[in-house]
Design a protein around this ligand. Sequence first.
Ligand SMILES: Cc1cc2nc3c(=O)[nH]c(=O)nc-3n(C[C@H](O)[C@H](O)[C@H](O)COP(=O)(O)OP(=O)(O)OC[C@H]3O[C@@H](n4cnc5c(N)ncnc54)[C@H](O)[C@@H]3O)c2cc1C
Length: 453
Amino acid sequence: MRALIEELAQAVGSSHVLTDPSTRAPFETDWTRRWSAPALAVVRPADCDQVAAVLRACSRHGIGVVPQGGNTGLVGGSTPRAGVDQVVLSLTRLTEVGPVDLAASSVSVGAGVTLARLQAIAHEAGLDAGLDLGARDSATIAGLAACDAGGLRAIRYGTARTRVAGLRAVLSDGRIIDRRAGLLKDNAGYDLPALLIGSEGTLAVITDVVWRLVPRLDARALALIPVDGFDAAVALVAGVRPVLPSLELCELMTDAGVALTADHLAMSRPVDPAPAYVLLECAATTDPLEELAEALHAAGVGDRAVVATDAASHARLLRLREAHTEAIAAAGVAHKIDVGVPLRGLAAFADQATAIVRDAAPEAQLILFGHLGDGNLHVNILGLHDEADRVEHEILALAIQAGGTISAEHGIGVQKAEHLPLLRGPDELRTMADIKAALDPPGILNPGVLLAR
Ligand SMILES: Cc1cc2nc3c(=O)[nH]c(=O)nc-3n(C[C@H](O)[C@H](O)[C@H](O)COP(=O)(O)OP(=O)(O)OC[C@H]3O[C@@H](n4cnc5c(N)ncnc54)[C@H](O)[C@@H]3O)c2cc1C
């Protein structure tokens, strides 16, 4: 391995090849603390050419490469696998930002630019990133693209796939795919960038992204509505969605999640306990409060809605939902299962998932929350032990039975690679493996992620 380390040092400079265990450590454990393993080295290139040089060196030596952005992924795809020689390729030094193109409403940024920075750049230009999530201060633009992240505003603006207008990426043998023109219309040949979005670092390393921005909407209204359960939550969505063109956020929480998160934030609960809560936010150029209030009234929930009255209460209610992930992490190492289910089957899915957990581990704590408008439920379980694999398997199978997916926005990672055949048939899996072999012939990019080996 000495020869590889020397080649890596030549490619990026020896101070950017971290081999000391203490400097490597933050790159070796994932955000959830479920996955942790040592890397041969952590390599920190500064630009696309250096990324290509690193990949060529690792290909020559047959050493696995784990691309890593902000390391906020939740499925074990951004840290090394135990017992395998791998290098972590950290992209956080690729932070170049191009000028905002107002006419095209886009900006080209380096892989390592954080979502928060992109949002600030967009805001300064009178625009917005059109994507938001709780990990914004660390999650990188390439990480969002690699996972096809969704987040809090996908109901209006779509997932990362919708926002990526172009990208540049390096294949494992150093070939470069450069589609940074960012054209809305460009159907000359296979859409290679589309293939890379959601590929979780298994096909190429993304070095630059051209991101589509959206108009900045500063007039916002927010309401928290307690409801009797998931059926009532879905009925509320059906009532308000068609009449609220300004709807930008439509989230679901349960009492267990609200109690835990309010405690974690040392915040008093903003409403009396209820089985579930729907959080709605509208955004427009003029105050959408009246529109929101009318829609809630027409849906028959106007009298029980808690409406944010000022910026502070608005921020507090948003924070209550957003801090669920960190409150759960503070309570322990959770099993996090991110599923998508058609809205019509959401309540039945939740009941059955609850029964699975209760039967398998009566002491475990189940917290359901998610992006209601997208049918995206996060099933979080604290206190699972030997029965964890069985519970995870049964809940994923249940999502498929309900006509849903085993990954709505977090990706497959290591966590669900063995479960992918539950959802994708042999022909599809074979096609995916063929694509992987064509783009990554030595098979060094994130082995074991997405496709089990
Ligand atoms: C508090 C919290 C809230 C979250 N909320 C949401 C949410 O609402 N919606 C949502 O979708 N996700 C959410 N996430 C998950 C996470 O933030 C996203 O998956 C995000 O896209 C990961 O970005 P990252 O830069 O941290 O990527 P990493 O965690 O570093 O990597 C994630 C995956 O992308 C690959 N990758 C990273 N960079 C590159 C690159 N340059 N080229 C190729 N592959 C690469 C990695 O190999 C890995 O497979 C949340 C996470 C946390 C901790």
